[in-house]
Design a protein around this ligand. Structure first.
Ligand code: NAD
Length: 476
């Protein structure tokens, strides 16, 4: 398998202007396996100019049916290369291969969805008071910068690039330093599928080196960001200078609420993967669990038993459910939370230790007696750690659920329909699942309340977010 090692700019592979490289370490073996070119500020300028040229010289005015066909061609390419994409994802971030295959398929599905959307998306005619004729246009913006994190590198790259392209924009994709390979592959495959040079470019590089240049470039009309709340806040500040459009998908500290009237046994069996999947490096991780007291003991027993059965290990094996954390630094960060919990006398029901094998592994960890003021309860850990607490009444529990700056995701388990709907309304989050842990659907909007973000990915909401809305009035 050939590893992409250079920037993908203006329809081809290019070396970085400053000659910098990113050394990628396989998190499962701790071995460095490739050096990838890291973009400099000069590369940002060149890529933005190429994107602007591509937009002005044809992409923005391409007949919708042609754009639809091109995006379908990209989807087909992604499906043909699904295994290769999955293996690249496994190598750079240690994602278990079964998950990586699913996510490669999800990326292709995202392109299919937005290919179909191109010819079904437009403005409205409006019955305005003056008579005459009034209609709205959804117009492309120009150059969009898509900045993505390392935890779901390929699907998030697709779910930003595809709607932005479908709406007629050109995209500069900046993957995280730890995970440039699948984004580069996307750029290459999209070009092979027929996207003209400059329409989709990929600039690996460190956020601290090129982030500001990308966000503040006057020709970049929108920044679509997924990552930490801290970097999101910085992007929002920078974007305010020229009122740049932004969408932000940020951190989370999501609840999993289990009522005694639920099929709580099923909830207990399925809930470990709602927080430990992707080794807990998931913005939607249900890391705070609220369980009604009358079933608390039985629930916790089953939950811990199900957690102990999870297969942690080599991401290359089909049966592996949890791989390593993405880096030594990420594991140390998670262990910092666990050390804080230990000092405070928190009960560890399982996990919290490194297995003997090489790689940045950490056993999934279940905590009890975490106080609402403690770090493990309040902050996003981004590792395989859950805190479980009992509750007695719905109103108090909901106050505690919403007592967080975040509001991304969550689950509620109950067999009482009225309660399910009441709680679904009350939880302050952008997405919520009832008797399920599923948060992401290509067809539905995804994003956060409060400090979990601004704007939406996926669904038609994302496509709207990559357009300007113009109103045109025609006098009588
Ligand atoms: P991060 O914020 O460190 O990095 C995200 C991206 O931003 C990377 O590409 C990084 O290189 C870039 N970046 C860093 N500094 C920058 C700057 N000054 N200007 C511009 N870009 C900059 O996040 P991460 O560690 O890669 O990912 C983990 C975080 O992402 C978690 O907080 C997680 O909750 C969040 N996340 C959110 C969602 C969501 O949809 N809400 C999805 C996945 C991850």
């Amino acid at each position: 398998m050939q590893l992409p090692e250079r920037l993908f700019v203006d329809g081809g592979w290019k070396d970085a202007a400053g000659g910098r490289r990113l050394s990628l370490v396989n998190p499962a073996t701790e071995e460095t396996f490739v050096d990838v070119a890291a973009a400099d500020v000069a590369d940002v300028g060149a890529a933005v100019e190429s994107a602007q040229r591509a937009w002005e010289s044809g992409w923005r005015d391409l007949a919708p049916a042609k754009r639809e066909a091109l995006l379908h061609a990209v989807a087909r390419k992604l499906r043909e290369h699904q295994e290769e994409i999955a293996q690249l994802e496994r190598l750079h971030i240690g994602k278990p291969i079964a998950d990586a295959r699913d996510e490669a398929g999800l990326g292709a599905r995202v392109f299919e969805f937005y290919a179909g959307a191109v010819t079904k998306f437009g403005g409205q005619t409006l019955p305005v008071g003056r008579g005459g004729f009034d209609f709205t246009l959804r117009q492309s913006m120009g150059v969009v910068a898509a900045i993505v994190p390392w935890n779901f590198p390929f699907p998030i790259a697709c779910w930003k690039a595809a709607p932005a392209l479908a709406a007629g924009n050109c995209v500069i994709l900046k993957p995280a330093s730890l995970s440039p390979l699948t984004a580069l592959k996307l750029g290459q495959l999209a070009h092979e599928a027929g996207l003209p040079p400059g329409v989709l470019q990929v600039l690996p590089g460190s956020g601290s080196t090129i982030g500001d240049a990308l966000v503040t470039h006057p020709l970049v009309r929108k920044v679509s960001f997924t990552g930490s709340t801290e970097v999101g806040r910085r992007i929002m500040e920078l974007a305010s200078r020229d009122i740049k459009r932004i969408s932000l998908e940020l951190g989370g500290k999501s609840p999993n609420i289990v009522f005694a009237d639920a099929d709580w046994q099923r909830a207990a069996e399925s809930s470990p993967m709602s927080v430990f999947a992707n080794t807990g490096q998931d913005c939607c991780a249900r890391s705070r669990m609220f369980v009604e007291r009358s079933v608390f003991e039985g629930f916790v027993e089953r939950f811990v038993a199900a957690t102990r059965k999870l297969i942690v290990g080599d991401p290359a094996k089909d049966e592996t459910q949890l791989g390593p954390l993405v880096s030594a630094g990420q594991r140390e960060s998670v262990e910092g939370f666990l050390n804080d919990a230990k000092v405070r006398g928190t009960r560890f029901l399982c996990g919290g230790v490194r297995p003997a094998s090489k790689g940045f592994f950490l056993e999934p960890t279940v905590l009890l007696d975490v106080k609402p003021t403690e770090r493990c309860w309040r902050e996003e850990i981004f590792g395989p750690v859950v805190a479980i607490t009992p509750f007695d009444d719905e109103a108090t529990m909901l106050r505690e659920v919403n007592d967080t700056p975040y509001g991304l995701s969550g689950s509620v388990w109950t067999s009482n329909l009225s309660r399910a709907l009441r709680v679904a309304r009350a939880v302050q989050s952008g997405v919520l699942s009832i008797n399920s842990h599923s948060s992401v659907h290509v067809e539905a909007p995804f994003g956060g309340f409060k400090q979990s973000g601004l704007g939406r990915d996926l669904g038609m909401a994302a496509m709207e977010g990559y357009t300007e809305l113009k109103n045109v009035y025609v006098g009588e």
